[in-house]
Design a protein around this ligand. Sequence first.
Ligand SMILES: *[C@@H]1O[C@H](CO)[C@@H](O)[C@H](O)[C@H]1NC(C)=O
Ligand SMILES: *[C@@H]1O[C@H](CO)[C@@H](O)[C@H](O)[C@H]1NC(C)=O
Ligand SMILES: *[C@@H]1O[C@H](CO)[C@@H](O)[C@H](O)[C@H]1NC(C)=O
Length: 573
Amino acid sequence: MVLATSFFASLLLLATAKLTAPRTMVVHESRAAPAQGFVQSGAAPAEQQLTLRIALKQNNIAGLETELYKVSDPASELYGQHLTLEEVTEFVKPTDETLAAVSSWLSENNIDAKPVTPAGDMLEIKIPVSQANDLLSAEFSVFTHIETGKTIIRTLQYSLPAPLTQHVEFFHPTTIFAPPLASMPKFVAASPAKRATPGSDDLPRFMHLDYDPCELYGIPTTPATQKSNTLGVAGFIDEWANQEDLTEFLTNLRTDINPSTTFGLETLDGGSNPQNRSQAGVEADLDIQYTVGLATGVPVTFISAGDDNPDGLNGFLDMILLLINDPNRPSVLTTSYSFQAETDLTLSVATNLCNMYMQLGALGTSLLFSSGDGGVSGGQPQSCGNYVPVFPGTCPYITSVGSTGGINQNPGINEIGSSFSSGGFSNYFAIPDYQAADVAAYIAWIDSLGTIPEDGRFNRSGRGFPDVSAQGENFEIVVDGQFGTVAGTSCSSPTFASVIALLNDELVAAGKPVLGFLNPFLYSSVGRAALNDVQFGDNFGCGTDGFFGHAGWDAVTGLGTPNYTALRTAVGL
Ligand SMILES: *[C@@H]1O[C@H](CO)[C@@H](O)[C@H](O)[C@H]1NC(C)=O
Ligand SMILES: *[C@@H]1O[C@H](CO)[C@@H](O)[C@H](O)[C@H]1NC(C)=O
Ligand SMILES: *[C@@H]1O[C@H](CO)[C@@H](O)[C@H](O)[C@H]1NC(C)=O
């Protein structure tokens, strides 16, 4: 009896201790003020529900990186042997210890969590603001984006119980203030409003006002044959791709393709693709027209993210989650959107998302992103002192595509880097091995020029971008029935992605694996020899001339533009 009582009492004591002992809370992430462009406009309503993601420590992300390079480096015996989802999951899942620590803390606080990734390394919880403030010693408040009037709920600081800091990467969205995405190439409507009769002399040339990219880069126009090899086109911020515009584009500019060629649709975060022609988006129409219209016969899927974004990143992370989970994921994804600056994301969130791109690369998907349209000033032109690197271009596990324009001299190509083509060096990600020699050579060349304006404005130990480039000026498109032209790295990424999709088609037909993560191949001696080295142009911004084109890799055009014939041989076809 006595024994039992004291046992019970000590149990009670234990339980009470657990409930009442003040836990040491440690500040996990903080910032002094909201990002530029946002103002604090009061406390968040106590009862408002927040959806928060918890990123847990992954057990062996370095191991996954090693595997990624093994399957992506043409010199490796394992080249092309992409990982399965189960294999990727083994690297990114949290340890049992991490899972136990986090789930007992959450259940002590009566919080239900559901995993949002196959590996369970990211959890989602829904709790009211008042509970989030208590749980995280935070002060969730309403912040207004001045330019758009859009409001978000964030906190400038949050804390975790000391024992949990080793298990949790971050809570999200908390201290992140991402302004609207950069994209939106300017559409200049042609005059007269409709295209003149094809074939007449005053007309722009087939596909492109200056040159036909198929001719320029040797891109085949014979249809692809492998239906399993698909090309994904990312859509964000209510940009919708219109079928009638595509039909009109094909009718006039790719007369050899069936004009009723269509594209598939996949949606996330409440996304859709309404077909009222007046709702056609310039970016979405451009991206669809220069994939369906260039990657002849390759099945194209428009992946449309809506505005209900629990990832706090306009759907950028949710789209990657969707594709990791999709056994029929495309073998190439092109994205013509970016954040305006790397610092739009916190280092922790940028690192996590970049590691998700790593997972998709290991699974065998090539990820191409436009490098940005603000030259050295970021995703869009903006005033700056130091140069502004652009995410996701700075993530080492994606392929960043810059822009060229210029003169087609016959014979040979004389392309010039576009002044708007973003490029430079990361402040978040170190130089990956595959480009270490290139970045060193380029910086040595800059130094050899003596004191020049860019000196001191960029990070000499950061990952250099873009990786490659393609034409990006004067692209003719159809929007809402109107012919016109656009310019931007938004033109370049679908163009390069179409080249990769066609190479993949031939590889699959030959019984070979698709290319997957491209950079170790592109930077290899075989890969770079299959690109046209663009050595001219500069990407001005921040009141300077920016970086200059140069022989070999440069921070305007990367390694250069594609030569399909040479790439075919380089990939072993
Ligand atoms: C398409 O959108 C326009 C402009 O918003 C509207 O006037 C028209 O009624 C819509 N058409 C259809 C078929 O919904
Ligand atoms: C420069 O880049 C390196 C590598 O990513 C990083 O560790 C360092 O913090 C960066 N420096 C600045 C000033 O941002
Ligand atoms: C593209 O590569 C092929 C084959 O290597 C070569 O004959 C051709 O000259 C190259 N084109 C350009 C523009 O360099």
